[in-house]
Write a protein that binds this ligand. Structure first.
Ligand code: HEC
Length: 174
């Protein structure tokens, strides 16, 4: 069986529970919980993602049209290059503001900053996205707390994060 478990089951309600539940109870019976996910490789990242990110990006990272981009393709690509990894660290630390294009769709809203989360939590959150949700290839190395810490030493704003993204995407273009 392919390892798509986390994504599929994180989004899906338990069909039987939902079918049996009266409408009013649906919302609670379909809530994503750690118990529903078949052991993500990054459990701390799973918990942090559901607590801090899922409200905008969706529990499976598929994004929400016109609100927040999907994290399953471009974000995974970022994980494979040094500047892309810096971009991921910058995005979660300082947020991002301004128009970006992801999978041919425009997003122009504000990603909040998460400097309050510690380095290990941010690294685990990104690893949950890149590996558990995005199924990055085996040659991509997990992000480390040290990579997050390195970006804390020079704070930038969300506009600069978006500018950096532009240069990373352009450099990676064929
Ligand atoms: C309030 C909504 C919101 C929350 C909460 C949020 N994001 Fe975002 N995120 C966005 C928006 C909006 C963008 C696009 C910003 C833009 O248009 O410049 C974005 C962009 C991103 C990107 C960049 C994608 C790319 O292709 O460059 C990543 C990675 C990301 N978010 C990860 C996360 C993670 C991890 C968390 C939780 C720690 C999180 N986001 C929490 C709204 C949110």
């Amino acid at each position: 069986m392919r390892r798509r478990g986390v994504r599929a089951s994180a989004i899906a309600c338990r069909a039987t529970a939902c079918a049996a539940a009266p409408l009013a109870a649906l919302a609670t019976s379909c809530v994503v919980s750690a118990a529903d996910a078949p052991s993500p490789a990054y459990p701390a990242g799973f918990a942090s993602f559901q607590a801090n990110c899922a409200v905008c990006h969706g529990p499976g990272g598929a994004g929400v049209p016109a609100l927040a981009p999907p994290l399953l393709t471009q974000t995974v690509r970022f994980g494979a290059s040094p500047e892309g990894r810096r971009q991921l660290a910058l995005t979660v630390l300082y947020g991002m503001i301004g128009d970006i294009t992801v999978e041919d769709k425009h997003y122009n809203f504000q990603m909040p900053e998460f400097t309050r989360l510690d380095d290990a939590t941010l690294a685990a959150t990104l690893n949950f996205v890149v590996f558990d949700l995005g199924h990055a290839p085996a040659d991509v190395k997990p992000l480390t707390a040290a990579e997050i810490a390195a970006e804390r030493t020079h704070a930038v704003d969300g506009t600069a994060v978006r500018e950096h993204r532009k240069s990373v995407v352009a450099a990676a273009a064929p």
